[in-house]
Design a binder for this molecule. Structure first.
Ligand SMILES: NC(=O)c1ccc[n+]([C@@H]2O[C@H](COP(=O)([O-])OP(=O)(O)OC[C@H]3O[C@@H](n4cnc5c(N)ncnc54)[C@H](O)[C@@H]3O)[C@@H](O)[C@H]2O)c1
Length: 267
């Protein structure tokens, strides 16, 4: 029996990267999966590849009307909701003194307001069903780790982490668990441009204890754990899935101490 056998999952940003890998894993593990994405062609194509257990829905997480329709389509097709994975997101970098208001607001709209709208309508559905459920939000290591050029993205992801905690506090009495995942640098279309920057991959890998970049499947496995009945007493948490990179909070120079302190002192 699959880890999410018989459950209904709704995944946003499901046409690509982390969302797609999660839709594939959930379907493989026995769930019926509603796949929501603003890329209509791609979400239909990828859902077709998964098969009859996948329902493609096109729309934008920043539109409350689209999010309501997403829930309605999921429930009309599969009869209920058990798991929401609020994962759609965008990035984009600009220094703060040159950050266009429109860009800043757009990143906040997609990455933070979009998660709020999904939580709002998913929790309504779960409360009405009266059987609990699991809601999972994609944050980032940037929820707590500042990066130059990512004022909007870091702010949005920090907001997602706090929204997760508030939602867990409010929804616990309904048996609804709410958690967030903080991926490290993961190889998806979103990060393609960063990977083109010379030396970037090497620097990331060098700072990662497990010595490699993330794959979408690494993140999907955490979503599976949080969505399944294997995590019944887990709520309100932000889980980093990052090869250990967030352990490296001090400048790389500090790691030189490892070899220098190993030498016995002569004085
Ligand atoms: N890849 C990484 O290194 C990384 C690291 C930390 C966090 N994340 C987060 O993981 C999530 C998934 O990112 P990914 O790397 O898989 O990127 P991706 O670009 O491969 O996938 C994102 C998907 O979201 C969809 N989307 C974007 N805006 C949308 C909107 N307004 N409405 C509906 N769908 C929308 C896109 O069409 C796309 O299919 C994002 O929230 C991202 O911030 C990614």
């Amino acid at each position: 029996m699959g880890a999410v056998e018989g459950k209904v999952a709704l995944i946003t940003g499901a046409a690509s990267g982390i969302g797609l890998a999660t839709a594939q894993l959930f379907a493989y593990e026995g769930a019926q999966v509603a796949m929501f994405d603003r890329n209509a062609d791609l979400v239909h194509e990828t859902a077709r590849d998964i098969g009859p257990s996948a329902l493609p829905i096109s729309g934008d997480v920043t539109s409350e009307e689209d999010v309501e329709q997403m829930l309605a389509a999921c429930v009309a097709q599969f009869g209920r909701l058990d798991i929401g994975f609020n994962n759609a997101g965008i990035a984009g970098a600009a220094p703060i003194h040159d950050h266009e208001l429109g860009h800043f607001q757009h990143v906040i709209d997609v990455c933070l307001t979009g998660v709020f709208l999904c939580l709002k309508h998913q929790s309504k559905q779960l409360i009405a069903q009266g059987e609990g459920g699991s809601l999972i939000n994609t944050a980032s290591i940037n929820a707590t780790q500042a990066s130059k050029g990512l004022a909007a993205y870091c702010s949005a992801k920090a907001g997602v982490a706090m929204l997760t905690r508030v939602s867990a506090l409010e929804l616990g009495e309904h048996g609804i668990r709410v958690n967030a995942i903080g991926p490290g640098h993961t190889q998806t279309p979103m990060t393609e441009r960063a990977r083109d920057v010379e030396g970037f991959d090497e620097a990331m890998i060098g700072a990662t204890p497990l010595g490699r970049l993330g794959e979408p499947e690494d993140i999907a496995q955490m979503a599976l754990y949080l969505g399944s009945d294997a995590s019944p007493w887990v709520s309100g948490q932000l889980f980093y899935v990052d090869g250990g990179i967030t352990v490296n909070e001090l400048p790389p120079g500090f790691n030189l101490l490892e070899s220098s302190l190993r030498r016995p002192r002569s004085d």
